[in-house]
Design a protein around this ligand. Structure first.
Ligand code: 6R9
Length: 647
């Protein structure tokens, strides 16, 4: 039995949605989706209101996913222009810099609108138009949101690369989508350390496949010295500042692409997840409103980076479409001290705070003192996203950060889903620590066994979604077949999430983690295949196998088994070199936490690596290896077990 935190009557009384309203909405969305979503679409401003609402078939012979297909709108107009009449002087963004000693900046909707229009005009003057791909590789500064919205304004497709990715990863993405222009900064700043963004772009553009890039716009941020290669590189302010502060928006079809965001899967290179304009924007706005019980005076803070989908949906599109005031934070939770998050909450009177379990666990380790010396009285709702939150961390968050006053919404979703799918609604859903609870209206989760048979009642299996919702991804950029193969082939007629899940006696969903070869490190997805191919690209490595293992702070860590080419000698120096190599090839987030030499890898007679065994060794559970008799050479296991990482 898990403990339950019922909705407080006081909270329910003021909430936008109570239990009865949730149940009504859920039934309507299920039974009359066209009426429900046609009505919901009115929360956006359309040039042409949609008359076709849901047009979906998961049947592989007649496959299509379209929402609001004859509607026309512009996402930046919905995030900016339509607020100007009534709320032009309302603060849209509060920018809190890395250092608490640097002044915070406030941008009203009117100011943000002007900055977006200027950049949009500049992009047009540089030859960027509808459908062109623009890469954004920026720190967490207002220009990141400005750049995304400027692309949306002119119908260009933005592709944001997280600032922690290395030149190779930038080049892979730029070349896959043949980007025409890159917006970057001289340097980023995180926890007092500089991140060489422009230098990384320079290195990326020396790599093959990146010839499509004509222009690099460089924001002057730290003022650090960088190389400017004229005429390719242009200073952002020189090109943007003198542009007119209004800009005619492009009229977009609801199904025109809004952005591409790369994410790791179980095989091959990261996939370009493509989201379209109408359905995605509606989903981001709707879920941000419903899940956070949004009120006009709320100050919302999502601590994610805009390089991830959480930043797209809950820093840029959702909050701004809803006309909300929000905090954008450049820094990290532990700089200059472990109180920084809570100090920023007090400083800007944050009412809704949305962060990741890995941050909570890292802060929890420091004890309650850094929390308790701050007030946090402004808070009313806490959120969690990115990975399962363990009940212990949930309770610590609820009791110490929220002083047992603020509901915790544990929101399950994916880059592919565009926004939250399974989450509590704070005025409607009783909470259970560790459970993402119930589906939002329009979301139909189900559990299947390995053969695809639907499981009823209390059950554990693979999580699928039986039907579409407006925010669903539409394709893998440039590879529609891969989209269908990845998500719709495993269980025909259903979308497969890649997650395992349990459903309890109250119909609550408990996500248990990925069931594919994806590792969730601090809430970020890393494909084992990506790390393996980085390792085998090193001249001294013959073979590598990578698995996840439980990690106290990160949720999962990266465990690499490496076989060297004949004649090479294992040494600590080489181990460090290989770890640094992966960091350089992919980026710091892919740094292996442990690298074990493997004289051989456990393989079946057909040559398949048995990852199940490697996972158990990495978990320090050598007594649970199971059947090893099908291995081509069972003796390799003994040596791996002997030299394993001890928990
Ligand atoms: C939004 C985001 C998606 C994967 C997803 C799942 C895990 C995310 C979760 C969660 C349990 C939650 N995940 N939120 N697991 N509870 N509340 O994180 O997107 O980076 O694409 O990752 O993250 O495994 O499949 P993305």
């Amino acid at each position: 039995m898990s403990d339950v935190y019922p909705v407080e009557p006081g909270f329910a009384a003021q909430a936008n949605i109570d239990r009865a309203a949730y149940e009504r909405a859920y039934a309507q969305a299920l039974n009359a989706p066209d009426a429900f979503w046609g009505d919901m679409a009115k929360r956006l401003d359309w040039y042409k209101a949609p008359t076709v609402i849901k047009d979906v078939s998961y049947d592989l012979k007649d496959f299509r996913i379209r929402w609001f297909a004859d509607g026309e709108l512009n996402a930046s107009v919905n995030c900016l222009d339509r607020h100007l009449d009534q709320h032009g002087d309302k603060v849209a963004l509060i920018f809190e810099p890395d250092s608490p000693d640097a002044p915070a900046q406030k941008l009203t909707y009117r100011e943000l609108h002007a900055r977006v229009c200027k950049l949009a005009n500049a992009l047009r003057s540089l030859g960027v138009g509808k459908g062109d791909r623009v890469t954004i590789y920026l720190p967490m500064i207002p220009e990141a949101a400005v750049a995304m919205l400027a692309c949306a304004r002119i119908g260009a497709i933005h592709m944001v690369v997280f600032g922690g990715f290395a030149p190779n990863s930038i080049a892979d993405r730029v070349s896959d989508c043949a980007s025409k222009l890159i917006i970057t900064a001289d340097e980023g700043l995180r926890g007092g350390k500089k991140v060489p963004l422009k230098a990384n772009v320079d290195a990326a553009l020396k790599l093959p496949g990146t010839n499509s890039v004509e222009t690099v716009l460089v924001v002057r941020h730290t003022g650090g010295a960088i190389d400017m290669q004229m005429p390719r590189d242009r200073w952002f302010d020189a090109v943007v500042d003198d542009q007119p502060a209004t800009c005619t928006p492009a009229r977009m079809n609801a199904e025109d692409p809004l952005f591409i965001l790369y994410t790791s899967g179980s095989t091959g290179k990261p996939k370009g997840v493509l989201h379209t304009t109408g359905g995605y924007l509606l989903w981001a706005a709707y879920t941000h409103d419903v899940t956070f019980d949004l009120k006009p005076d709320d100050v919302f803070w999502c601590t994610a980076d805009v390089g991830w989908v959480t930043g797209h949906s809950y820093i840029v599109y959702g909050p701004l479409a809803n006309g909300c005031t929000e905090v954008m934070f450049e820094g990290v939770p532990n700089y200059p001290s472990f109180s920084r998050f809570w100090e920023v909450i007090d400083k800007h009177r944050v009412t809704i705070f949305y962060t990741a379990p890995t941050a909570i666990r890292a802060l929890m380790r420091e004890g309650v003192e850094p929390v308790k010396k701050t007030s946090r009285k402004s808070l009313r709702i806490l959120g969690s996203v990115g990975e399962p939150i363990n009940p212990e961390a949930w309770r610590w968050y609820y009791e110490n950060v929220g002083d047992s006053r603020c509901p915790v919404v544990d929101t399950w979703w994916q880059t592919e889903t565009g926004g939250m799918l399974i989450t509590p609604i704070p005025g409607a859903t009783d909470l259970k620590p560790g459970s993402a609870t119930k589906p939002l209206p329009g979301v139909q989760p189900a559990l299947v066994d390995a053969n695809g048979a639907l499981l009823d009642g209390v059950a554990e299996g693979n999580l699928v979604l039986l039907d579409s919702w407006p925010g669903q991804m539409r394709t893998v950029y440039g590879d529609h077949q891969r989209f269908i193969d990845t998500y719709f082939k495993t269980y025909p007629g259903m979308y497969f999430t890649g997650d395992g899940c349990r459903r309890d006696e109250d119909g609550y969903y408990w996500i248990t983690g990925r069931v594919d070869d994806v590792i969730n490190v601090s809430g970020h997805r890393i494909g084992t295949a990506e790390v393996e191919s980085a390792l085998v690209a090193h001249p001294k490595v013959a073979e590598a196998a990578v698995v996840g293992f439980p990690h106290d702070i990160k949720g999962q860590g990266i465990y690499a088994y490496v076989t060297l080419v004949a004649g090479e000698t294992e040494s600590d120096a080489l181990r460090n070199e290989l770890v640094a190599w992966v960091r350089r090839e992919i980026g710091p987030i892919a740094t292996p936490d442990f690298l074990q030499w493997a004289p051989g890898l456990p393989k079946t007679r057909s040559g398949k690596i048995m990852r199940r065994i490697l996972r158990k060794i990495a978990e320090d559970a050598p007594d649970q290896l199971g059947d090893t008799t099908t291995l081509a050479d069972p003796s390799v296991v003994d040596s791996l077990v002997q030299n394993r990482r001890q928990a």
